[in-house]
Design a binder for this molecule. Sequence first.
Ligand SMILES: Cc1cc2nc3c(=O)[nH]c(=O)nc-3n(C[C@H](O)[C@H](O)[C@H](O)COP(=O)(O)OP(=O)(O)OC[C@H]3O[C@@H](n4cnc5c(N)ncnc54)[C@H](O)[C@@H]3O)c2cc1C
Length: 369
Amino acid sequence: MKFDCIIVGAGSMGMAAAYFLTKAGKRVCAIDAFNPPHTNGNHHGETRIIRYAYGEGVEYVPLALRAATLWQQLEQQVNKHLLLRTGVANIGDNDNPFIHTVIESAKKYDLPLEILNAEEIMKRWPGIQVGDNMIAAFEPTSGVLRVEDCVAAYKELAINEGAKVRINESVQHIAFGNTVKVTTANNTYEADSCIICAGAWTKKLLQQYNLPLNPIRKTFAWFEAEEALYGEANFPAFAVELSNECYYGFPSINGAGFKIGRHDGGETVNPDKALREFDVSDTADLRQFLATYMPQVGTLKEGKVCKYTMTPDEHFIIDFLPEQSNVIVATGFSGHGFKFSSAIGEMLAQMVTDGKPQLSNELFKLNRF
Ligand SMILES: Cc1cc2nc3c(=O)[nH]c(=O)nc-3n(C[C@H](O)[C@H](O)[C@H](O)COP(=O)(O)OP(=O)(O)OC[C@H]3O[C@@H](n4cnc5c(N)ncnc54)[C@H](O)[C@@H]3O)c2cc1C
């Protein structure tokens, strides 16, 4: 059978795209090397932050707001609570450029945002300790997505709409042309168009394009924490921007413990090789951060490893491949893509059906490199 579209990589972006495309009446085959949601890619670890007043660029706000609308629709469609409105506190020195872009984004799009000084931060959240110059830009309407449940929800809907989801089948080769031929160990699939969103593996699949992608090993960990101080009812998700470091974290949700990770840094890895397991050396910077800023967080419970797929400017790649009007690549989500995956799935579907997305992908075009 020839498909209208083959999706290579049915993870965060691919599974959402499979749903929107199938819903638009297209015959879709989504192929994944594992069985999403799984722990081999970029989408595990229970939680992801969703923010709308966006520090990485004002241009992201319409996409974030569209994503939020689609997450709410998805919750209704699968009758599950996927987005927890914990609020997100963006904390940093009062001259920090990221915090300033958060404020600018909120002003431009009239988003609710509270600015708290150091004293107000420590009064509102006694679990946080900050320096005198620090402020929080607190967005009360933002929060936390249950990451695996979101991927599972789009999978359920895509299959219900009629998408073929092929799991545990690794794509080995993609031949371009009017008909795209996608080869796995056991099969060759054909389609009129193709979306390649294979996360950290995209660079290898598209070797001839030498995409500027850098897969990085990342770690995150849960710590014991007093619920009264750090539980979801009393504590927000947060990003703390220091001059050379950035940490993000989550309140203890359903008693799971306080979760924290470091956003910057990390070692380049080969996505084909198993990541080095989380070990005590991974806790040093987290402990140092906690001792200064959240000193009442308790002992380590558990740590995990995951991957970011970085681009040099940390903006995404969502574009048609050069010379290929029927092949789209969506990758390089640089550690901040999950929140948008509902809207990016819709965007990718529009690129297949209409030749262009309704929201701009100008920031994500390949020709910027
Ligand atoms: C620790 C951590 C914390 C994060 N925190 C946040 C956050 O708070 N907020 C936020 O918005 N984002 C966050 N992110 C980023 C976000 O999770 C990623 O940007 C997003 O999941 C990327 O989606 P993707 O579809 O590119 O990758 P994936 O979801 O990994 O999907 C890629 C899929 O391609 C499949 N695949 C690969 N190669 C092949 C092949 N050859 N054949 C078939 N299938 C293949 C893989 O199995 C995988 O399922 C975080 C990421 C990490 C690791």
